[in-house]
Write a protein that binds this ligand. Structure first.
Ligand code: S3P
Length: 167
């Protein structure tokens, strides 16, 4: 499929981008694409394996290319990995798109992600790491967002409805 994504989802790890992205795509009657899944499929390795084998910098280069491909090839809903907005070219590419930032409080984030070993950046001291990551990234999510949807205390269906209302 080629074209401009209907909606791009950004936000931190564990906020529910994949779950909400699929629901949102269903409600809009469009396809769903997730750049983390694209990377795993293309590389034949998990994200954690890429981090261990080659380090974060190499992962970011692969991620940047995957994001560019998704944003230029797909006309459905696209969910980006939590760190994709770190790249200035990616942020520039997001200008002109409908970008929904799914936000959540730290307590909720840690509860949702602490036990998930698939996320290498939170493997050690997850609570402290999550706060540090958000300190560094919150303004980047806000910079690219055309809408912000808080997820705390909401079911994925409620978040999806709020995202639709905000579009
Ligand atoms: C990362 C988020 C992850 C994944 C990788 C790095 C980050 O994606 O891309 O582990 O830097 O925040 P999710 O946000 O989909 O978990």
């Amino acid at each position: 499929m080629s074209g401009v994504p209907a909606v791009v989802l950004v936000g931190p790890m564990g906020v529910g981008k994949s779950t909400v992205g699929r629901l949102l795509a269903g409600r809009l009657g469009v396809g769903y694409r997730d750049t983390d899944e694209d990377i795993v499929a293309a590389q034949g390795r998990t994200i954690a394996e890429i981090f261990v084998d080659e380090g974060e910098e190499a992962f970011r280069a692969v991620e940047k290319a995957a994001v560019r491909a998704a944003l230029t090839e797909h006309d459905g809903v696209v969910a980006l990995g939590g760190g994709a907005v770190l790249d200035p070219d990616t942020r520039a590419l997001l200008a002109g798109h409908r970008v929904v930032y799914l936000s959540m409080r730290a307590e909720e984030a840690v509860r949702r992600t602490a036990l998930n070993v698939a996320r290498p950046l939170l493997a050690v001291n997850p609570r402290k790491r999550w706060r540090e990551l958000m300190e560094a990234r919150r303004h980047l999510y806000e910079e690219v967002a055309t809408a912000v949807v808080a997820t705390d205390g909401r079911t994925p269906e409620e978040v999806t409805q709020a995202a639709l209302d905000a579009l």
